[in-house]
Design a protein around this ligand. Structure first.
Ligand code: NAP
Length: 342
C-alpha cells in the first residue's frame, strides 16, 4: 500500500525553483493536486500559465518570508503530504546566516506548521543535498547516508564570513537537515520524514528564466562549462563532484511520497562522479544544433581520480530508478537552450 497516492494533495514549497517546477509537474502528471508556495505574486505568474491545463488541481499560496514564525500555518492546511524544497542555493553569501537562517528556519518552520495545523499530513519530504553528507578528503572515500558534514558546520562556525562560500552553503544544508531529523525525533508525529540527498542537479529548465545570467546555480555551472567556454582546460578535467538529472530527482521526490519503505530514511540520489570534460564530449557527440559550435576542451581527458564517491544501494533498493546518462542529459538541455536562443 503506497504511503501517499494520487489524488492526494501535496504542498511544494519554493514551487518556482529549478527542481521544484519539475517536482510539481511530475506530481500533477500523476494525478496529484498541488499547492505551491512562492515568495511573491510576481513569482507566481509563470507557474499559473505553465500549469493552467491542470485547472484547479494546481494552486499557489504566497509565503513572503519563510523565516517568520508560523509562515506556513495556512499553506499546510488540508494537505496530505509536503515536499519542502525552498532554500537558498548560491555561492555568493558573505554572511553565512544569509543561507543558514532561511535553510534552518524554513525547514523547522514548515515542520512546526505541519505539527500544529495539518493532521492530515502523512509524509514530509525535505530536499537536502550531498552537501549535508560529504567532507573534503585527501584520500578517496565512499560516502553513505550514515555520514554527516560536520566539517562545513565547524568551519563556518569558526571562520564565519571568512569561511569558503561553498562551506557556508554546505553548513546550511547540514544544519537544516539535522534540525529536521531532530524535530521529528522530539515530536514523534504521525507523519514520517524522508530526506533526499542529491549532488549537482542538471537538465532542462521549466522555471521562469529569460537569460543565462539568471540561471539557477547548477544550471549556470553547466552553461558556463559546456556552452560559454568559461572553464580552463585544467578545470574541465578536474573532479567536480557528482550529478543527477533533474527529472530523475523529480521522480525520486514523487516516489519518496509513495514508497512505504522510504519513510524514516535519508536517501542519496546520485548518478555518478564527473568532470566537465565528460559533459563536453557527450555534448559534442549529440549537439542537436547545426549552427552552434561547442567548446571541445581536451576530448577524452578525464579526472584520473574522484576523492568523493557514493554508495547508492539504498536508492536502488527503495526506488530502483533508471537514471539518465550524460548524452541524454546533454541532448535535452542543449535542445532547451537552442529553443531559448541561448
Ligand atoms: P533554485 O532554482 O534557486 O530554487 C530555490 C527555491 O528556494 C526558490 O523557490 C527560491 O525562491 C527559494 N528560496 C531561496 N532562498 C529563499 C529564502 N531566503 N526564502 C524563501 N525562499 C527561498 O534552486 P534549486 O536548485 O531548485 O534548489 C532547490 C533545493 O534543492 C534547495 O533546497 C537546494 O539546496 C537543493 N539542492 C539543489 C541542488 C542543485 O544542484 N540544484 C543540489 C542539491 C540540493 P525565490 O525564487 O523567491 O528566491
Amino acid at each position: 500500500m503506497p504511503a501517499i497516492q494520487a489524488p492526494a494533495k501535496v504542498l511544494v514549497t519554493g514551487a518556482n525553483g529549478y527542481i521544484a517546477v519539475w517536482v510539481v509537474k511530475y506530481l500533477l502528471d500523476q494525478g496529484y493536486s498541488v499547492r505551491g508556495t512562492v515568495r511573491s505574486e510576481s513569482k507566481a505568474a509563470h507557474l499559473r500559465e505553465f500549469f493552467k491545463s491542470f485547472g484547479d488541481k494546481f494552486e499557489l499560496a504566497i509565503v513572503p518570508d519563510i523565516t517568520v514564525e508560523g509562515a506556513f500555518d495556512e499553506a499546510v492546511k488540508g494537505m496530505d503530504a509536503i515536499e519542502h524544497t525552498a532554500s537558498p542555493f548560491h555561492l555568493n553569501a558573505d554572511d553565512p546566516d544569509e543561507l543558514i537562517k532561511p535553510a534552518v528556519e524554513g525547514t523547522v518552520g514548515i515542520l512546526k506548521s505541519t505539527l500544529a495545523h495539518a493532521p492530515t499530513v502523512k509524509r514530509v519530504v525535505v530536499t537536502s543535498s550531498v552537501a549535508a553528507i560529504i567532507e573534503n578528503q585527501d584520500t578517496p572515500r565512499v560516502f553513505t547516508e550514515e555520514d554527516w558534514n560536520d566539517q562545513a558546520v565547524n568551519w563556518t562556525k569558526k571562520d564565519g564570513r571568512n569561511a569558503p562560500n561553498g562551506m557556508k552553503y554546505r553548513a546550511s544544508k547540514t544544519l537544516a537537515e539535522k534540525a529536521a531529523w531532530e524535530l521529528h525525533k522530539t515530536h514523534a508525529p504521525s507523519w514520517d520524514l524522508v530526506t533526499l540527498n542529491p549532488p549537482f542537479v542538471l537538465g532542462p529548465l521549466l522555471q521562469d528564466v529569460s537569460s543565462p545570467a539568471e540561471l539557477n546555480t547548477s544550471s549556470k555551472a553547466f552553461y558556463d562549462a559546456v556552452v560559454a567556454n568559461l572553464r580552463t582546460p585544467e578545470e574541465l578535467v578536474a573532479s567536480t563532484g557528482a550529478w543527477i538529472d533533474v527529472r530523475d530527482l523529480a521522480l525520486a521526490h514523487r516516489r519518496a511520497l509513495e514508497v512505504e519503505e522510504a519513510g524514516g530514511n535519508r536517501i542519496l540520489i546520485v548518478k555518478e562522479a564527473f568532470c566537465w570534460q565528460e559533459f563536453l564530449d557527450a555534448a559534442n557527440k549529440v549537439n542537436p544544433s547545426s549552427t552552434r559550435k561547442l567548446p571541445v576542451g581536451t576530448p577524452g581527458k578525464y579526472a584520473t581520480q574522484h576523492l568523493i564517491t557514493y554508495n547508492t544501494d539504498k536508492e536502488k533498493r527503495i526506488f530502483g530508478l533508471q537514471l539518465s546518462d550524460k548524452e541524454k542529459l546533454a541532448r535535452d538541455i542543449l535542445t532547451d537552450f537552442d529553443q531559448k536562443g541561448w
